[in-house]
Ligand binder design. Structure first.
Ligand code: SAM
Ligand code: SF4
Length: 478
């Protein structure tokens, strides 16, 4: 593909090779898995490690926030076909009648949740609808969903209404109709999963669209005035540093607001394992190792920052500081209460985490029975609350000391030894007001925050890490 922007890559590549020296040092110190495993920290405890729990366990003594505001998520688990990297439980193919059954259940789940909270509507700060492919509905079904969804929300204070979508459902006459329906219901930001601007990589991923279709979906969405975020995966088998830099160069020429980078996650660490792990283990495809994947990340970040992009929230780059997901910011940086509806959805409610079932059958059966489809979760102890209050904001932005005290009831001094150790290795900086990652720490933000995990919530066993000063098991009992 002809790129409109060509950069001098030799300097970028040299810098990334020099950077790998810091990676080897950190690996030797036990900071990074020496088997090349990677686990992104999204929540604490990690979403897949919650014990079984009931609605009564999880909502007991819960009190609404003072301002009664929530960030709201809804999940629609249907897709055209299975992308090989994807670990989400989704139903594939058209399945129009099952989508109707699911929408009816989702509507009922919202009513059950409102009843539990004693509310008529949920007052929203921000909204995100994701999946699956939440636009993989007929225009009639999409209208039906948005109709009952927004009826149960008070959107008078809602700052952003986002949708996570694939490119295919936004193009053609149905696509245009869907875009209009979204806009007419208040949606103002789209995250489009373009994944790659290389048709061969898309085919290797078993994606159901071409580069031309991705570009068309961006153009059509922009015409209707949506803010746009586009997402990419790096470290995918078959990708090269050159093809990856082509992707980033191409992305920077487009009329989009945010560029989001995901490192390929091979192991699901969850109930459903996507096909990619088996393909790699059977050697049907060759996995890229850290020596190939980390230079992709480093060069992409350097390229984006040299063109005026800033990482406003971890792994999302934008030219304007106000372009970012309010849903992610409110939940992970400000630690505000958030409610999720739908299969696999979760609610993060200040001192507790409530997780919905991953099984379609169980989801339908529990709702038909008049119960929330909740089957796992945790009300955190004071110590776990402090870990959560440290991990989420540190991963995504910074920890404000005054807020930490308010949100967790504890002092940041609880982590003094870990903070000092990470400062010595050039991964954290601290002043009177906040603790945050350095540039190096931000690059390894997942590993930095795993230093604050309790050992039972670490993603890998102790001997995955070298026995150095930064081995996350050091000084903790297993
Ligand atoms: C919830 S997915 C759904 C988006 C939408 N269904 C699509 O595929 O276009 C959100 C994003 O997570 C990223 N993602 C999903 N699985 C991943 C994996 N195994 N490793 C890295 N990134 C992944 C992809 O970039 C994807 O667009
Ligand atoms: S990546 Fe997106 S489109 Fe592909 S299977 Fe997963 S949720 Fe569906």
């Amino acid at each position: 593909m002809a790129n409109m922007l060509k950069t001098d890559r030799s300097e970028l590549i040299t810098k990334s090779q020099q950077f790998m020296g810091q990676y080897y040092k950190l690996k030797e110190a036990g900071f990074i898995s020496r088997r090349g495993n990677f686990f992104p920290s999204v929540h604490y405890p990690p979403i897949t490690m919650y014990p079984r729990a009931t609605q009564t366990d999880l909502f007991y003594s819960y009190q609404l926030p003072h301002d009664r505001l929530f960030d709201v998520y809804a999940h629609l688990p249907f897709c055209q076909q299975r992308c090989l990297f994807c670990h989400y439980p989704v139903r594939l193919g058209d399945r129009d009648s099952e989508k109707d059954i699911y929408l009816n259940a989702l509507e009922k789940e919202m009513d059950l949740y409102l009843q539990v909270l004693g509310l008529r509507q949920v007052k929203t700060r921000s909204i995100l609808v994701g999946g699956g492919t939440p636009t993989f509905l007929s225009p009639v079904q999409l209208k039906k969903f948005l109709g009952f969804f927004v009826k149960r929300l008070d959107m008078s204070c809602c700052e952003q209404f986002s949708y996570d979508v694939d490119p295919t459902t936004l193009i053609g006459s149905d696509g245009m109709e869907r875009l209009r329906i979204l806009r007419d219901h208040g949606v103002n930001r789209l995250t489009i999963g373009v994944q790659s601007f290389n048709d061969q990589t898309l085919a290797n991923m078993n994606r159901h669209h071409t580069v031309a279709e991705s570009l068309k979906s961006i153009e059509e969405s922009r015409k209707l005035g949506f803010k746009l975020n586009i997402e990419f995966i790096f470290g995918y088998p078959g990708q090269t540093l050159a093809s990856w830099l082509d992707d980033i160069e191409m992305a920077m020429t487009l009329d989009v607001d945010e560029i989001q980078l995901y490192r390929l996650k091979v192991r699901a660490y969850g109930d459903y394992q996507g096909p990619i792990r088996e393909l790699i283990e059977k050697r049907s495809v060759n996995a890229l190792d850290d020596d190939e994947t980390l230079p992709m990340k480093k060069t992409a970040i350097d390229l984006l920052t040299s063109h005026g992009f800033k990482e406003n929230i971890r792994r999302v780059f934008s030219r304007t500081v106000t372009d970012y997901s309010r849903y992610a910011w409110n939940q992970c940086c400000l630690l505000y209460d958030q409610i999720g509806f739908g299969l696999t959805a979760f609610s993060s409610l200040r001192d507790r985490f409530v997780l919905n079932t991953q099984s379609f059958d169980e989801y339908y059966a529990m709702i038909a029975d008049g119960k929330l489809p909740v089957n796992r979760g945790l009300v955190r102890s004071r110590e776990e609350q402090m870990r959560w209050g440290m991990i989420l904001p540190l991963k995504n932005s910074f920890v404000l000391k005054s807020r930490f005290q308010e949100d967790t009831g504890g002092s940041i001094e609880f982590f003094r030894d870990t903070i000092e150790k990470l400062k010595q290795y050039g991964l954290l900086v601290e002043d009177d007001v906040k603790v945050q990652t350095t540039q190096l720490g931000a690059f390894f933000a997942d590993e930095v925050v795993q230093q604050f995990h309790k050992v039972e919530y670490l993603p890998f066993p102790c001997d995955d890490y070298a026995p150095g000063a930064l081995n996350p098991y050091r000084g903790q009992q297993s």
